[in-house]
Design a protein around this ligand. Sequence first.
Ligand SMILES: [Fe+2]
Ligand SMILES: [Fe+2]
Length: 346
Amino acid sequence: MATAATHQTARTLAQDGQDGQDGTQADVDDTAAYERAFDAAVAADERVEPRDWMPDAYRATLVRQIAQHAHSEIIGMQPEANWITRAPSLRRKAILMAKVQDEAGHGLYLYSAAETLGTGREELLDKLHTGRQKYSSIFNYPTLTWADVGAIGWLVDGAAITNQVPLCRCSYGPYARAMVRICKEESFHQRQGYELLLALSRGTPEQHAMAQDAVDRWWWPSLMMFGPPDDESAHSAQSMAWKIKRHSNDELRQRFVDICVPQAESLGLTLPDPDLRWNEEREHHDFGPIDWTEFWDVLKGNGPCNEQRITQRRRAHDEGAWVREAASAYAAKHSASGAGRGVEQA
Ligand SMILES: [Fe+2]
Ligand SMILES: [Fe+2]
């Protein structure tokens, strides 16, 4: 209880505007008190909320992570949208459209979460468009056949869920709450991919081969989605101390491999790794070495589709300018006429 009380004191101080921050001894003392309260709140698994005091580095880390996550959601719409007009049936088309729209919604929740930290969407999009912020490298691979839609759902959305379920307990409230809703939708995405691959795997020999080829191409990039090995991961330790992250990259990657192996068996498909086998002692699957040279290369911008993805994103942004202008004009008109509430969502 002492913890909560200390935290409350610092929150109240911050909200009362007593934090002058003009460098006086009183400010230094205040900052130290805020810091202690913040640490205690994080240690007690309390949620940090937008108006609470937080260290600058915590805020910056969250903005960077949430922005990268938001950018991945909207760039991730491109490889799959590529197949909407060519989906093999009306049912498949409806499912895929719903899925791609979900990803736009995820982007929206996440940009909103970043806004609660004081960084606007315009600024983040500008950083994406000028290459100053990244999105997940997985979306720099092409979708060559219809089976890729299945492999993305099963493996890419599957890896995203493995990464994101622990983020539902992230210490920053708005991010954690956005993740709860996103994870529910991601499980639908994962299931639709699995079901699509199952249909192909049980289809004609050509369809089975197409499903296998897609899994062969997407397996290793999806393992890379968990980020570099723990000993090379620049931000991991601090993020775990702040309870932004709850598990290390390697732990999550292992969890994902263990989930996928029996699913691949049920699908009748093979994971392209000759070293993949159950390790009795560790009670986990061992797997072969990951080609990190490829990972760093794609991250640096040399993947098959980096240029195409960002060009298309910039074009979509420019072509959508009139929609943003119209929405702002509409919102301004309504707030001026006193119609007020909720116009931001109009
Ligand atoms: Fe998503
Ligand atoms: Fe998804």
